[in-house]
Write a protein that binds this ligand. Structure first.
Ligand SMILES: [Zn+2]
Length: 160
């Protein structure tokens, strides 16, 4: 979109097996479409650089902004953080619901909340999938239970 955003570093993970945590790789925002395709790149750029979101999950990819070096080290080492748990919940939501249905329900929910609240950010925070992701990300034991229910194998015991 603009030259500034194309120089940015982002972290990318692809969930290709039923394991946790995700393995993130540093990639240049300019090269993103080679990894995730064009339409996902457009959505990611809009979400991370325009809306300033910290991360976005477009199954099977999780993409996180790379402007925090400490967060980057945690992601690259496969460590757990609240943000990673949050995005992982979104992965599981999309996996369970199906991508198309998930996106439809998500957008429908967001619009419904917007007409109630008349504020896009407020509405976004009240989307049911976001409420669930925030809730589970802040409760590691509940998060662990969800992983078990979904048959996700933890690579490390300490990772959750
Ligand atoms: Zn979210």
């Amino acid at each position: 979109m603009n030259s500034q955003s194309s120089d940015q570093v982002i972290y990318l993970a692809c969930w290709d097996e039923k394991t946790y945590p995700l393995k993130f790789y540093r990639v240049n925002a300019a090269d993103l479409s080679r990894h995730v395709g064009l339409w996902r790149t457009i959505i990611v750029r809009f979400a991370l650089f325009r809306l300033k979101m910290l991360g976005i999950t477009l199954f099977p990819f999780v993409i996180v902004r790379g402007d925090d070096p400490v967060a980057g080290i945690i992601l690259e080492s496969g460590g757990s953080s609240s943000l990673m748990r949050h995005e992982f919940v979104h992965l599981l939501q999309q996996w369970k619901t199906g991508r198309t249905r998930f996106y439809f329900c998500y957008l429908w929910n967001w619009m419904k909340e917007f007409f109630k609240r008349r504020n896009w950010l407020e509405a976004y925070l009240h989307v049911q999938y976001e409420v669930e992701a925030r809730d589970l990300a802040s409760k590691p034991l509940h998060f662990q239970k969800l992983l078990k229910e979904c048959g996700v194998i933890s690579k490390k015991k300490s990772s959750v």
